[in-house]
Design a protein. Sequence first.
Length: 247
Amino acid sequence: MSTALSSAEVISQSARKPRAHYFFLILSIFMTAIVLVGFWPSYFGPLLLQENALRPLVIHLHGAVFIGWMTLLLAQVALAATGNIPAHRKLGTFGIAYGCLVLVMGLIVTFAAPILHVREGEWDLDRAAGFLPIPIGDMVLFGGFFGVAIAYRRKPEIHKRLMLLATVALLFAAAGRMTSFVSAPAALLVWFSPLLIGMGYDIVTHRRIHPIYPTGLGVLLVGLLRIPLSASAAWLRIGRSLLRPFI
């Protein structure tokens, strides 16, 4: 009897795994849609119409690297969903290097974008200084989740949830740009939505939420403290001192 029960459990678990892989594939497509919708008015739409082709090269490089990350994520999840684990692991080695490129490029643009805005006369120095903590926070969150995901790459249930959290960290900029056509609370809900959907899927399929999710949610919530920090007098002094040598 115990053997029969054990076999049934194995069959049940095997049946759930493909569904889980396809769930993460759909969720990755959803996150890509958030990127496209969020950046469409300010970047992708004008780019398609060749209205922002003269933007600085560093901005286009950043955009290409960001889209590359989403493409890589989709490819990795698709390989897992179709059972091609050897290819998934092989591409994952490249993914580690590419994630580092995302981090480096993000930090470069964190400083390049406000400097360019000030030089063009579009922002004053205080606005540029107040902008810095937002993308810095994005990169800290992404780098933290991504680094731990690499450490747990041999434990798929932990790894894939950490990769989800790392990508959610990158979505903050896309969700933030949605405030041009939705309310700030709605944009914030969009940012958290992939994580909330993942937690809901856990409840439906496992009757519990994987511990990685509430931990990650707590970290993301703490990360929101960078918003009031960006307007503080103490930070503005620091931000101005960081930017002034380049302006």
